[in-house]
Design a protein. Structure first.
Length: 564
């Protein structure tokens, strides 16, 4: 698997940058930016963009700005600003200087709008949003000009100033650019630059009641910051002529002119990337917040136990493309497993416990076995695991009437308890409904450490937890949030929520060895033979809570190039 440190060929964005550096277009400067809207939490798609923008800056000894596109106060919140900063830092990146905001530039953006009016390239339009949409035309038919196009410069200047002073109701007037109502590019048909919106802004309060539109503010913000390469996703490709048109109106000789470059956004199976959809999941209670471990948000993945290294490796593996594709969720899970396999401490935990009593082991005896914390990294040392007469094993590791090929515990069958003893099942205790309640076993006292002294072969090896010292825990078993690879494919009359997986989270009570109590929230473990689990920040009735990060099974490697 290619990683962020592996030798590789240049992607098309790096080819552009290297050509600019070779020709001295921007001197030796490379300045990118990551410009999120603070209207929700960042998701895995944003993680790809973060890795790309910050990674390019690092590769070419440049810098990357973090700029919040806060031009829509109705949907923005300081909570989102803070979460975005945390996510960027957690991923391992540091922005240039202080975080920036489009609202930092409201004054200058207004002045440029006035300049455009004076040049006859912007006008105040009295039509409603619906009327503007209805008169924009079609791709094959030109639009209908607004009556506001006939206004004089003086009248437009007066109306725009009065819009700024708050003399008109919300939605009653807008400022539009005078471009070309017959352009084959619909975004060039006199786009809206400003709208009236009385809303408290998280930074400017009630100082403004008119706010710039994204298409107007974005390129100008890039220009003011000296951005050399404005990297965005493919949906903005059709916006690029407008991006350039606005820059043409304000560009000054000798100043860096940003270049917009588009790349394919990340689409991931079994999830949605729309902030609108994710907000619905949160607001309507389908999940338990933006950081719910089932969410594709960076906060949710962090809480689930994904590591920044695994997300960066994922971004490096999928690379940068010019065409949209859908990436298999299994590849992301593979990257997580690959990273955690190297660094997660091994512990024994049981998520579906079945009690076992070893009848020939003394009731008053206890002992400890030394077990490696991670066979992949000897430097992680060992731990002492307590053993006793009463244990818990995984219920799935016992079968009263074993099928062919079942090598775990069954009546009369001998198995190995990991690092402890060989045991044989001698009896089955049933409950009143006929279910298996507990097992009786005997151990070979000469097999301490798990090996038979006479060299006999034992196929099955089970993990276990000693009952007296076991840490009772709430264990949350997470699965994919949706049942379909593309959750947006629905029957008539339904929406994407119809494809939510009712079994995306199962909560069980299990037992974990006591070594986990040495660690705090965020600690990640491999529960041997079960998967990777992360200790959640919250506890349940005083019990620690573990979130299953990912199972041990890796389906991606079966299809990965070169896999065996």
């Amino acid at each position: 698997m290619e990683t962020e440190s592996s030798p590789r060929s240049l992607n098309f964005i790096e080819e552009i940058i290297e050509e600019d550096l070779r020709t001295g277009k921007n001197g030796d400067t490379v300045l990118t930016r990551f410009p999120p809207e603070p209207n929700g939490y960042l998701h895995i798609g944003h993680a790809k963009s973060i890795c790309l923008n910050f990674g390019i800056a690092k590769r070419y000894a440049g810098k990357c700005n973090l700029r919040f596109d806060d031009t829509n106060p109705e949907k923005e919140d300081v909570e989102y600003v803070d979460s975005i900063k945390e996510d960027v830092e957690w991923l391992g990146f540091q922005w240039n200087a202080q975080p920036l905001y489009a609202s930092d530039y409201f004054g200058r953006l207004y002045d440029w709008a006035v300049m455009l009016i004076k040049k006859g390239k912007a006008y105040v339009c009295d039509m409603s949003a619906d009327e503007i949409a209805a008169t924009r035309g079609t791709p094959t038919q030109p639009g209908v000009e607004s009556p506001g196009r006939k206004r004089s410069v003086e009248e437009n200047l007066d109306l725009f100033e009065r819009m700024k002073r708050g003399e008109f109701p919300d939605g009653s007037r807008v400022l539009r650019a005078r471009v070309d109502m017959a352009s084959p590019n619909m975004h060039m048909r006199d786009p809206v630059m400003y709208r009236i919106k009385r809303a408290e802004h998280h930074r400017t309060g009630s100082d403004w009641c008119i706010y710039p539109m994204y298409d107007y503010a974005h390129g100008q913000s890039d220009y003011m910051e000296g951005i050399t390469h404005s990297i965005c996703t493919l949906e903005f490709e059709v916006h690029r002529p407008l991006y350039d048109w606005f820059l043409d109106q304000i560009i000054e000789p000798g100043k860096i002119r940003p270049r917009q470059i588009e790349f394919a956004r990340l689409n991931l199976t079994y999830t949605v990337m729309s902030k609108r959809m994710l907000l619905r999941l949160v607001k309507e209670g389908f999940v338990k917040g933006w950081d719910d471990p089932r969410m594709p948000t960076i906060a949710g993945m962090r809480r689930r136990g994904y590591t920044p290294e695994s997300l960066r490796a994922f971004a490096a593996t999928i690379g940068v493309a010019k065409r949209d594709t859908v990436v298999d969720m299994a590849l992301l899970e593979h990257c997580v497993r690959d990273d955690l396999n190297k660094k997660a401490r091994r512990v024994m935990g049981v998520v579906n416990p079945l009690k076992v009593i070893i009848e020939n082991y003394p009731e008053d005896k206890s002992e400890e076995f030394e077990v490696k914390n991670n066979p992949e990294d000897e430097s992680m040392g060992t731990r002492r695991v307590p053993f006793s007469r009463t244990l818990y094993i995984e219920r799935d590791d016992f079968m009263e009437n074993p099928v062919k090929g079942f090598f775990r515990l069954s009546p009369g069958k001998e198995v190995r308890l990991r690092a402890a003893y060989l045991v044989t099942c001698t009896g089955v205790i049933k409950d009143e409904k006929g279910g298996v309640a507990e097992l009786r076993c005997t151990c070979d006292p000469d097999s301490r450490g798990g090996d038979a002294p006479d060299g006999r072969r034992v196929k099955g090896t089970l993990h276990w937890v000693a009952a007296p010292t076991a840490v009772e825990s709430q264990i949350r078993l997470y699965d994919r949030l949706f049942t379909k690879e593309d959750p947006t494919v629905v029957d008539e009359g339904q929406d994407f929520t119809a494809n939510l997986n009712p079994d995306s989270m199962k909560i069980v009570t299990g037992f974990v060895e006591p070594s986990v109590e040495e660690y705090g929230p965020g600690a990640i473990f491999q529960f041997e033979r079960l998967g990777y689990f992360c200790m959640d920040p919250e506890s349940a009735n005083g019990k620690p809570v573990f979130n299953r990060t990912v199972s041990l099974k890796d389906s991606w490697t079966k299809a990965a190039p070169g896999a065996k």
